[in-house]
Ligand binder design. Structure first.
Ligand SMILES: Nc1ncnc2c1ncn2[C@@H]1O[C@H](COP(=O)(O)OP(=O)(O)OP(=O)(O)O)[C@@H](O)[C@H]1O
Length: 236
């Protein structure tokens, strides 16, 4: 069976700074995989390399068996990769509805062929339906995160990349977000690669990879996540 995502020996630099070092990682269909590690180790750099905002110097990225090293971000999005960045990047002066529409750009035919928002996102995040006409910038941090995830899901991705979706968010919304991610995996069988510090959410994942100084230094099933690994790699 093909891996949904396969990363082989990935090396990424910022100028002269060598950030990612020989990263190997894979994600299967229907699986939630969590990337853990302290601040500044390179987790965001990995997600940006995957979506194509940064170019690796060495190594390979495969999406459903196809090498996507040379694909631009919009091409990776069309092939089924969606990225929810840290800080969410909601467009504050657009309405919730308009922000959601942007997610449909990566569907076949883009926005010109896709004008109707698929209501499944309101089952996942009911608040969005009530707030459709509000400005994105008027939502709370947690609501903006829900909007950002919903926007990504409207592109019908096969692989969802999430960068610290619960950072700075109140606990009840953290649970809503966890439940929604679990639900979407159950309903659609997509794969999720999650960067997360919140232990409760990390435990929802099937497997973890731990990063230190840009390299993967431990990995395994989250059911076997030891206190030593938690103490070492999560800043809780
Ligand atoms: N635009 C940039 N130019 C140069 N160096 C950068 C840039 N962005 C990040 N770095 C450096 O790359 C390293 C990895 O950063 P990265 O943001 O990937 O870490 P992270 O694990 O995601 O941390 P955090 O949890 O704080 O987001 C850090 O040492 C950081 O200082």
């Amino acid at each position: 069976m093909k891996n949904l995502l396969e990363i082989k020996s990935l090396n990424t630099y910022y100028g002269e700074s060598h950030i990612l070092r020989d990263v190997d990682l894979n994600v299967q269909t229907g699986e939630m995989v969590c990337l853990i590690g302290r601040n500044g180790v390179g987790k965001t750099t990995l997600l940006k390399s995957l979506i194509g905002l940064l170019r690796q110097k060495k190594g390979d990225i495969y999406l459903i068996g196809e090498n996507i090293n040379r694909k631009a971000p919009h091409q990776r999005a069309r092939k089924g990769m969606a990225y929810v960045p840290q800080g969410r990047e909601i467009i504050p002066y657009l309405s919730v509805e308009e922000n959601l529409m942007l997610g449909m750009e990566s569907l076949p035919g883009g926005l010109s062929k896709n004008k109707k928002i698929d209501p499944f996102i309101y089952d996942l995040f009911p608040i969005l339906k009530d707030f459709l006409q509000r400005k994105g910038g008027d939502l709370s941090g947690g609501q903006q995160q829900q909007l950002a995830i919903a926007r990504a899901l409207l592109g019908k991705p096969k692989l969802l990349l999430l960068d610290e979706p619960t950072e700075g968010i109140q606990p009840n919304i953290v649970l809503d977000i966890e439940n929604a991610i679990n639900q979407i995996i159950k309903d659609t069988g997509i794969g999720v690669l999650l960067v997360e510090q919140h232990l409760h959410f990390v435990r929802q994942a099937n497997r973890y990879y731990a990063m230190q100084r840009g390299g993967i230094v431990a990995s395994g099933n989250t059911s076997e996540l030891s206190q030593a690994v938690i103490d070492k790699f999560l800043s809780v």
